[in-house]
Design a protein around this ligand. Sequence first.
Ligand SMILES: *Cc1c(COP(=O)(O)O)cnc(C)c1O
Ligand SMILES: [Zn+2]
Length: 388
Amino acid sequence: MYFTHLVCTACAREYDGSVPQNLCTACGKPLFACYDLVAAGRTMTKAALRTRAKTLWRYREVLPVRLESDVVTLGEGWTPLHPASRLGAKHGLEKLFIKDEAQNPTGSFKARGMTTAVSMAKQFGLKKLAVPSAGNAAGALAAYAARAGMEAHIFMPRDTPQANIIECEQMGAHVTLIDGLITDCGAEVAKRKVAEGWFDVSTLKEPYRAEGKKTLGYELAEQFDWKLPDVIFYPTGGGTGLIGMWKAFDELEKLGWIGRERPRMYTVQAAGCQPIVRAFMDGEKFAAEHLGAHTKASGLRVPKAIGDFLMLDALRQSKGGALAVSDDAMIACTKEIGAAEGIFPAPEGAACYAALKELLATGAVRRDETIVLFNTSTGLKYLECYPS
Ligand SMILES: *Cc1c(COP(=O)(O)O)cnc(C)c1O
Ligand SMILES: [Zn+2]
């Protein structure tokens, strides 16, 4: 379509997007997809969007897949943006919203990244994909690989939620459980991929998961009628969602659909694994590994992220911030959200609400602002976190 080439997010070196790529071979940092946005904007107009399918493929012109026949889809994206009025009223908030990503195939927003990554893999004729995952990326890869008739080789920590392990097995993936964290799983993929002929679809180590995730930003803008909210709370692990949304806002401005204003972006992490929070507080450009990482919010158990500098840049440019909440607070907030709004969130989603309460208390977020909390997955995938 209008995808032109890839560019390194750190050193600006350019790469050919018509063959498989992983990281920048010069500096080892992630690559971003670039588009001819002027041309894209000729057919992807606000009016045209009104008549399009209610999936993320409605933003076809700014997604990288060349042929329609290579699109591997299960109906992902265009998830509801629910007003959370009962929850908001507890705090005197009138404009509180929950973007419910649990409605995606496989029950988490990881579907957004995998639909684009697997579609591009199909375009390139790849047959064997591998991923290290804290859980939900694995489930999503298993689903999209099965849909495309490809092999999925999945490496997860042994203590990943049962639901993730079972869903991968039942969708025919090759599952290996590792005694360690997602970083150890990543090392295992890196060690074996050449000999096994696997293509590595780790977060930000291939350029197209971020493209699927960026549709979060397009959807928010469209659902708010092309006016962005004031504040976004996003539970951050590897960071693709946050980085993708920030990229989307930039593209939306180039398309002329929004101005220079941006929401304040807040990263929410777990007290037991908060590398980005620490780096943000310390004014660092990169984040040191969080040693001894532990949290029930498995999606947040990412002690080291290759896109750390991109997240930190976005948080600072947006004048947002980063904060960590305890697992106990996440579990308590789950029931508050569930009982008030009829949404059973993942602990990661509940973490956003815990963080909002803290920032209302300090005054960093005002009660008259438009606030979005991301529920990134369904609580049904985390049953072992709750008393039965
Ligand atoms: C992966 C995941 C996250 C973190 O998302 P990133 O975009 O990688 O930062 C948050 N919540 C859930 C439920 C996840 O599966
Ligand atoms: Zn580079």
